[in-house]
Ligand binder design. Structure first.
Ligand code: ADE
Length: 228
């Protein structure tokens, strides 16, 4: 069993259109779709927006389905200046950019008393993701994704996240899912397609590219499933 989690319904449309033998079950208000994708047993859910929703969904999936791997897909704001809408980012690791105990001497993003600064994705799954992105003909890069409970839409914040964390993309769930997977010692990978540049005007770009970017991200995950 492999679990796939996305934040929004728009980000699972492609999976649902391809899922075979679909059944549904709900826990804590989250619907999990169970069925076959690329011949693999899958549990698929929309976790909702933000880190708490994402973390809860990941733990529910782990507790109820004991997956062998978890894949998180969706859209993101591009922070690296050369990223453009419909490029792909395969996370090498993820950080919670809004965790701030700097007053205690911790670096921004460090969760106090945890051994991790950033949460590393499984290298094998990331390699499958790269192969799948190449097959899809997508421009992609690997790097750090910064997650926080904030839609980033200003030059100041985007440039800050880029320079502070060397993050290539920002979103609102990935690091929370990564955090839960690391604590459960579960291999995971996060794939995000760029919907906007996280700067002034990001919302309009986001609206324009959301469905195409969501489909690209899901298509890349379908390629991963074929390789697992
Ligand atoms: N997801 C997609 N675009 C985003 C942005 N600009 N900020 C946070 N999450 C996003």
């Amino acid at each position: 069993m492999i679990t796939i989690i996305a934040a929004m319904q728009e980000e699972i449309d492609l999976y649902l259109s391809k899922m075979k033998q679909e059944t549904q079950i709900s826990y804590a208000g989250i619907t999990f779709y169970r069925g076959l994708l690329a011949g693999k047993e899958i549990s698929l859910a929309v976790c909702g927006i933000g880190k708490v929703n994402a973390a809860m969904c990941a733990q529910l999936a782990i507790d109820h389905f004991s997956p062998q791997a978890l894949i998180h897909s969706g859209v993101a704001g591009g922070l690296a200046p050369d990223l453009k809408p419909l490029d792909l980012v395969i996370a090498q690791s993820l950080v919670e950019h809004d965790m701030d105990t700097t007053h205690f001497g911790d670096p921004l993003g460090q969760i106090p008393r945890m051994k991790y600064f950033d949460f590393p994705c499984d290298p094998t799954l990331a390699e499958y993701a790269k192969q799948s992105a190449e097959e899809a003909g997508a421009d992609f890069r690997t790097g750090l994704i910064a997650s926080g409970d904030q839609f980033v839409a200003s030059h100041e914040k985007a440039d800050f996240l880029y320079s502070q964390f060397h993050a290539c993309a920002c979103e609102m769930e990935g690091a929370a899912i990564a955090h839960v997977c690391c604590l459960n010692e579960l291999p995971f990978v996060v794939i995000r397609a760029i919907s906007d540049n996280a700067r002034t005007g990001a919302f309009m770009q986001y609206e324009q590219f959301l469905s195409q970017a969501a489909a690209l991200s899901a298509q890349t995950v379908m390629g991963i499933l074929e390789k697992i």
